[in-house]
Design a protein around this ligand. Sequence first.
Ligand code: COA
Length: 247
Amino acid sequence: MSVVEVARDGEVAVIRLNRPEKLNAISTEVERALHKALASGDVRSSGAVILAGEGRAFSAGADISEFEGRSPEDVLRYYNDTGGVYEEIAALPQPTIAAIHGYCLGGALELALALDFRIADDSAVFGFPEVSLGILASSGGLHRVTRLLGPARAKELFLLSERFGADDARRAGVVTEVVEEGKALDRALEIAARLAALPRDAVAVTKQAIDATSASPREAALLIERLAYAALAQTQAAQDAAAGFGS
Ligand code: COA
């Protein structure tokens, strides 16, 4: 058994963090296995991807036992090595969903935020403990939260909040939907199957266009939209849909 397992449910790839004895703490080994999982045929050929955690937590965050004694050089190398996996998952063309139960702290919340949607069950506990550990969220999470919620709300989350539950996360805009305990993966599978049944190019280009334009000047954003439309309108799926509508 690997610390990251991949399975298929129809057109959906389900990636599971599988280090339950350490609450799926994200070690270098986990990051390396996640990188491998993302490159696997099961993920590459899927129409949607779910990330979940085995055991009693989604994940308790970065593996703190690896923090001690890292030099600045080690840290810089880390981001060009296994630390790049957060951006790899964000860059997947398929829609991605985190199915969250139990703890989702620090680096785990950063990882979940690198996905497109977050379905949390009532047992979920969120938080960014980084500042209390003398560091900061640096796997893209600081930027993602600030872009998602704005600087004032981001400061609340990183500096004022301690742990918070699924309903608070939903109210803050961090979570897409809250479901009853034990149901996060089922609900994520339902949504993922629906997304996987949509025309894949349209889904991928829409996702990528949203990511590319959210921080772009209006003129650039409009140009991206229009060029993306020009490309998508020529695809078989678009042609078939238009023909079907007219007949
Ligand atoms: N890194 C490394 N190991 C971790 C870990 C982490 N982030 N989170 C949990 N673990 C390990 C524990 O050391 C323990 O291992 P052990 O059984 O070999 O001692 C095991 O996972 C179970 O955790 P435990 O602390 O016994 O569970 P708990 O239910 O009492 O507490 C937490 C759960 C999440 C509150 C607690 O583990 C914790 O505070 N973890 C750190 C969370 C954190 O700061 N994450 C952010 C990192 S950026």
